[in-house]
Design a protein around this ligand. Structure first.
Ligand code: HEM
Length: 477
């Protein structure tokens, strides 16, 4: 039964909740963010839903989402479906598993990302190297296959994964490397499994563990756990406290220091948080880049303007670095538009009410999950953006300066605001800059891309191809 004064929404049927109505509407709208935005038109911006046995509140529009994301009472993380003996057990992360240790761990990783630097490598050099690896791959592929046609949506995965892995564990892998292929396969499987039916109908874990996707989830979760544990064991063997090579080494130093012992730091916690970083940081960044390049191909004038800025500020031979960022407002705005196109089609990670509370006047009982639909904030007609579906970096520029509206919230807001924002923005900026400096991205006439996209754990463009060719310069730069 619906709790009293619970947010309005479609009728709840026994066992199924309002899953049938949602599934029907989704067939028509094609996307879950559209479905809940459409329901919000009937029931209001705070929607009370039940999917299977899971009671869920979905929040639309910037005003309601600000109240939600800034509420302390709604700042828990889900406890349920993914947190059981066969997987997480007593392990805790930051993202999916709950907040007992969240604050200290979050502080540690935020500090690492802010002050990032090991030996001569800082965040910029680490990502620059990875972008140059991708450039080398594109040149090699073109020469070997005598073809300049590339599948764009898979192009960045390996390199984004490598940038995360280099930060955490100090190593990178080539595409052909067995370990990298293993890591990618495990992550793909885990991503698919997180959205499987057992997450909406937990009882299926016991009734139909194979069919509901639960067994796959357990298997891939535990594979990733073992993979990271192995890396940790290797780090412990080769660890030199005075010269940390990466975030894992710094964490090991904390574990050794008596000051911190007894607090939330532990080897299991480290592995759990590394897992969160992969889950939260890999597909999000790769898909933002895919959206960015999709729209640059569909809008060649934007691509040309970005290239003109790169030529003027960086030139044609030096690698673009994060130091160039203040002088490249146009490319920064291309980054912002790419983020808007990605996050405007996404939900945030679910939150949980840590006590009985109210949101926009409705009652939210303790432990109910609440999730933000960012579509209404950044892409819907009513979002306040002029022509929101168009890719127009200029919308963020005013007299040559960047000005972001209040409802630009691709990284969320408040206590749980994305931990990896600095790294994500650096990755998107440097990959765009390095690739546009060297190549033109064009349509393959026989297979022109469309702006269509697909739902997933995170949204991404439908598979599309582009012709990537070395830039032709017509001026005397
Ligand atoms: C374009 C890329 C990215 C986007 C759009 C993005 C967006 C977000 C959003 C919307 C949230 C949820 C906020 C909430 O629940 O209220 C989040 C949380 C999080 N993100 Fe990101 N993210 C990106 C990349 C990254 C990267 C690269 C990392 C890791 C290096 C990362 C690590 C995290 C973590 C650990 C959390 C949970 C924070 C917490 O609960 O305290 N993200 N992100």
């Amino acid at each position: 039964r619906k709790p009293k004064n619970f947010p309005p929404g479609p009728k709840w049927w026994p066992f199924l909740g309002c899953a049938p109505q949602i599934a029907n509407l989704q067939k028509r709208t094609n996307h879950l963010v559209f479905t809940t935005a459409e329901l919000a038109k009937t029931y209001g911006n705070v929607l009370g839903l039940k999917v299977g046995t899971q009671v869920l509140v979905v929040v639309n529009g910037i005003a309601a989402n600000k109240e939600f994301l800034l509420s302390d009472d709604l700042s828990g993380r889900p406890l349920g479906e993914f947190y059981d003996k066969r997987t997480w057990g007593k392990r805790r992360g930051i993202l999916l598993v709950d907040e007992l240790f969240w604050q200290e761990q979050r502080r540690f990783f935020l500090k690492q990302l802010r002050e990032f630097g090991f030996g001569t490598r800082n965040m910029s050099t680490l990502i620059e190297e990875e972008a140059q690896e991708l450039i080398a791959y594109i040149c090699k592929f073109t020469a070997l296959n005598d073809s300049s046609v590339f599948n764009i949506q898979n192009l960045f995965n390996l390199h984004i994964l490598n940038s995360l892995w280099k930060m955490l564990a100090g190593v990178r892998y080539d595409a052909e490397d067995k370990k990298m292929r293993e890591l990618q396969a495990i992550l793909n499987e885990l991503f698919r499994a997180v959205g499987a039916t057992f997450s909406h109908f937990p009882i299926l874990k016991y009734l139909a563990p194979e069919k509901s996707g639960y067994n796959v989830y357990v298997r891939s979760h535990n594979c990733l756990w073992r993979f990271l544990r192995k890396e940790l064991a290797h780090h412990k063997e080769t660890h030199v406290p005075d010269s940390p090579r990466d975030v894992i080494d710094v964490y090991l130093n904390v574990l050794k220091s008596s000051e911190e012992s007894g607090k939330s730091f532990s080897e299991d916690q480290l592995v759990a948080t590394c897992m969160d970083m992969f889950m939260a940081g890999s597909e999000t960044t790769s898909n933002t880049l895919s959206f960015g390049f999709l729209y640059l191909i569909l809008n060649p004038d934007v691509q040309r303007k970005a290239q003109e800025e790169i030529d003027r500020v960086v030139g044609r031979t030096r690698c673009p670095s994060l130091n160039d960022r203040p002088n490249m407002p146009y490319l920064e705005c291309v980054v912002m538009e790419s983020l808007r196109m990605f996050a405007g089609r996404a939900f945030t990670v679910p939150h949980r009410a840590i006590r009985d509370t109210y949101l926009c006047g409705y009652r939210i009982p303790k432990d109910v999950l609440v999730i933000a639909n960012l579509y209404g904030c950044m892409l819907e007609k009513e979002s306040g953006y002029k022509n929101p579906e168009a890719f127009e970096p200029e919308r963020f520029l005013s007299n040559g300066k960047i000005s972001l509206p209040d409802n630009f919230i691709p990284f969320g807001l408040g206590k749980h605001r994305c931990l990896g924002e600095s790294m994500a923005r650096a990755n998107v900026f440097l990959f765009l800059a390095a690739l546009l400096q060297k190549f033109d991205f064009g349509i393959v006439p026989e297979q022109p891309p469309t702006a269509e996209w697909a739902d997933g754990i995170t949204p991404g463009p439908k598979p599309f191809k582009a012709r990537i060719t070395p830039r032709k310069y017509t001026d005397n730069f």
